[in-house]
Write a new protein. Structure first.
Length: 261
């Protein structure tokens, strides 16, 4: 299948432009994760004694990578809700009759939303020194790659859901039922070790768990076991990349089945 770079680039730029014009999305995507981090992190710091996490790792520092992923998740959600709005406003009808494949349409939307999610995460990345994380050039580049892969996968997952729905209310319901639990069960909020066996297995089959593990490994690149007892780096990167590719294909297949009517 041929990729149409003009079509992909146009849809990518449309997402960027729309984001710039809706400043409330910027505030919401940044402020809500920040409140989660400060309130939950501050409240749980005194009682945070999990198994498999280095003793000198406080909860604010442990929760920090999860907050970056949460910021990307919120940005991806806001961006993919636009698919439902575009269907209602008639924009998708025009796009769907264009002589380009559904893969090009979904890829353009995905790259636009992924770019926005990545930018939000990079803003949070500047706070790393405040929690005691020192980033070298190598670890900074590795973190950037992991964040990009995670943003791509989360956005494609959101698109896969949004192309099926007719209302923003339905999307919010799915978000609360599916997307937020995926984040909670990724090791962002509590570690993989020391939980009941059934919960551990749910975390192990969650693909976002491996993106979170790769992010923690890269934040502490070269620091031994500072990241704690989590999956190894390269298998986690492979699973995160596979997650992005599979969700892209599924989102394109969903777009082919659900016409803009």
């Amino acid at each position: 299948m041929t990729l149409s770079l003009p079509a992909i680039g146009t849809l990518w730029w449309r997402e960027i432009t729309r984001f710039r014009r809706q400043r409330s999305r910027v505030i919401g995507a940044l402020a809500q994760p920040m409140l989660f981090w400060l309130l939950l992190g501050g409240g749980l710091s005194a009682s945070f004694r999990p198994i498999g996490v280095p003793e000198n790792l406080g909860y604010l520092e442990y929760f920090y990578p999860g907050i970056m992923v949460l910021a990307m998740l919120f940005t991806a959600i806001f961006a993919t809700i636009a698919v439902v709005e575009d269907r209602r406003e008639g924009f998708l009808q025009g796009v769907m009759v264009a002589p380009v494949s559904r893969l090009n349409i979904v890829l353009g939307q995905s790259l636009g939303a992924s770019t926005l999610a990545l930018l939000q995460a990079v803003i949070f990345l500047t706070l790393a020194p405040l929690v005691g994380i020192t980033l070298s050039i190598g670890s900074l580049l590795a973190v950037f790659v992991v964040l990009a892969l995670l943003a791509f996968g989360l956005t494609n997952l959101g698109l896969m859901i949004a192309w099926r729905l007719q209302s923003t209310q339905g999307f919010h319901a799915i978000m609360n039922l599916m997307l937020m639990p995926l984040w909670l069960l990724s090791g962002a909020f509590f570690p993989l070790t020391g939980v009941p066996l059934w919960l551990e297995w749910l975390m192990r089959i969650n693909p976002i768990t491996y993106g979170m593990a790769a992010l923690r490994r890269c934040l502490y690149l070269g620091s031994g076991d500072a990241a704690g007892a989590i999956p190894a780096l390269f298998p986690s990167l492979g699973i995160t990349l596979l997650f992005g590719m599979v969700t892209l294909v599924l989102a394109a297949a969903t777009a082919r089945r659900h016409h803009a009517v």
